[in-house]
Ligand binder design. Structure first.
Ligand code: UD1
Length: 414
């Protein structure tokens, strides 16, 4: 699959933002813990359909009704998640916490996900063992025995999003109180906790670095409005910025955008926040000088590539430091094909702004790098072909269609 783009069109208009993938996937895993139906808005991306395939194998039923999806975990059974399915997405590992939480035993194969550097699960497993889970690893299969699961304090060495979510799913139906310390504060973690609390869980502290879980006997499925995707919204804001356009993103919580809004203002864009809408008008683009990614509330790693795309045509030089994932500059050679001037040294990229990019044939190497290349193509002179578009479809719903509605000339060729 590839995106074909005729660049140089200003993006203008308004766009509704879809549910956040990184909140939706853990909530799908949480449905394994619920009696009764969980009802969510539909989210049409491949990471969700792959997660549904895994859950179906575990006996979860799915029905669609209008724009909703109805998830029934009552027939849920314990089974090995085969490598073929687990390797399709990193979030498959969240089923481990949920299955041990529900059945006390589980077997999963190592998860997959975007190739953005080593993505181990040592923090997940170490914390689970501290809570009494016995773990054996053999030929890539992780077997967990949670019959001796107990409460207590667990300190994470690093505030990993996935490890935090897995531990919540493991302990929410446990026996004893658990305190998780140095946990991830990402809004998606808070959304998972809000969902679980709506279903009857007793979780306090989500959004801070300490979460306390008082176990409950059962969780009852509910209808839940998953938060909107701050990374998708950020990508559209950057798409308007890079094409000298003017856009409104709708349905978002602007509190989650502080670091991005600051950097967009520094780069010469004009922003206005009203309620759940953010308006951006692009300006005379200038370099922000320095940008570094880190855990929330710092600048998100998932917007790093898209922001670098913007910096390639901003006046001046910029240093970008990636602090979350080791190999998140794999897209740089592709931007260079389009005329960008970037050099990379370890986890730091040096971007020297050029007046414009030119269309080229480029390859997406992962989800966010694919989005960044689309943004570069939208701003470039001439035609750009972004191959391996399927990466982008993992996390953006109707991406080409939404961009077309904003005035872009882009089509998805299957
Ligand atoms: C989640 C998001 C992803 C986002 C990332 C950081 C989902 C489905 N994905 O990924 O989009 O980019 O948070 O905001 O929510 N690490 C270890 N050992 C572990 C776990 C993590 O060393 O056991 C390292 C990772 O290799 C990485 C860093 O910690 O370098 C951050 O990982 P983590 O916060 O766990 O990200 P994910 O949950 O995988």
């Amino acid at each position: 699959m590839e995106f074909m783009i005729n660049g140089g069109k200003k993006l203008c208009g308004a766009v509704e933002i879809e549910c956040a993938k990184n909140a939706y996937l853990p909530i799908l895993a949480a449905s394994l813990l619920c009696d009764g139906e969980v009802i969510l808005d539909k989210l049409n991306i491949t990471d969700v359909s792959n997660m549904q395939d895994i859950l179906r194998l575990l006996g979860v039923g799915f029905k669609e009704q209008n724009e909703k999806i109805i998830i029934d975990g009552s027939g849920c059974k314990n089974a090995l998640i085969p490598a073929k399915l687990a390797s399709k997405l990193r979030a498959s590992i969240l089923c481990l916490g949920a299955l041990v939480g529900r059945f006390k035993r589980a077997r999963v194969t190592y998860p997959g996900g975007c190739d953005i550097g080593l993505r181990p699960i040592d923090l997940h497993l170490k914390a689970m063992m501290e809570l009494g889970v016995e773990i054996e690893e053999c030929h890539g299969v992780i077997s967990c025995d949670g019959t001796k699961l107990h409460g207590g304090d667990v300190v994470l060495d690093y505030a990993s999003v996935g490890a935090t979510e897995n531990l919540i799913l493991l302990t929410v139906l446990g026996r004893d109180k658990v305190r998780l310390i140095n946990v991830a504060r990402e809004p998606e973690v808070v959304d998972l906790c809000n969902f679980l609390n709506k279903c009857g869980a007793k979780i306090v502290g989500a959004g801070s670095s300490e979460i306390e879980i008082t176990p409950v006997k059962r969780l009852i499925g509910r209808e839940y409005a998953v938060m909107k995707d701050r990374i998708v919204a950020g990508t559209y804001l950057l798409a308007a910025a890079i094409t000298n356009g003017e856009i409104e993103v709708r349905g978002v919580n602007s509190h989650f955008f502080t670091s991005l809004i600051k950097k967009l203002c520094q780069s010469g864009c004009f922003l206005d926040v009203k309620g759940d809408k953010i308006r951006l008008k692009s300006g005379d683009l200038k370099s922000v000088g320095f940008l570094e990614t880190n855990v929330y509330p710092a600048f998100p790693t998932d917007l790093q590539a898209q922001f670098v795309a913007l910096q390639t045509i901003a006046r001046g030089d910029c240093v970008v430091k990636e602090n979350v994932f080791a190999s998140r500059f794999k897209y740089v050679p592709e931007l260079i094909k389009m005329g960008a001037k970037i050099t990379v040294s370890g986890n730091v990229a040096f971007v020297e702004g050029v007046p414009y990019l030119t269309g080229a044939e480029v390859f997406a190497t992962d989800l966010r790098s694919g989005a960044a290349l689309v943004l570069a193509g939208l701003s470039a002179k001439g035609y750009t072909k972004v191959s391996s578009a399927e990466f982008v479809l993992r996390g953006y719903e109707n991406f080409d269609e939404k961009l077309r509605s904003l005035g872009a000339e882009i089509k998805l060729v299957i």
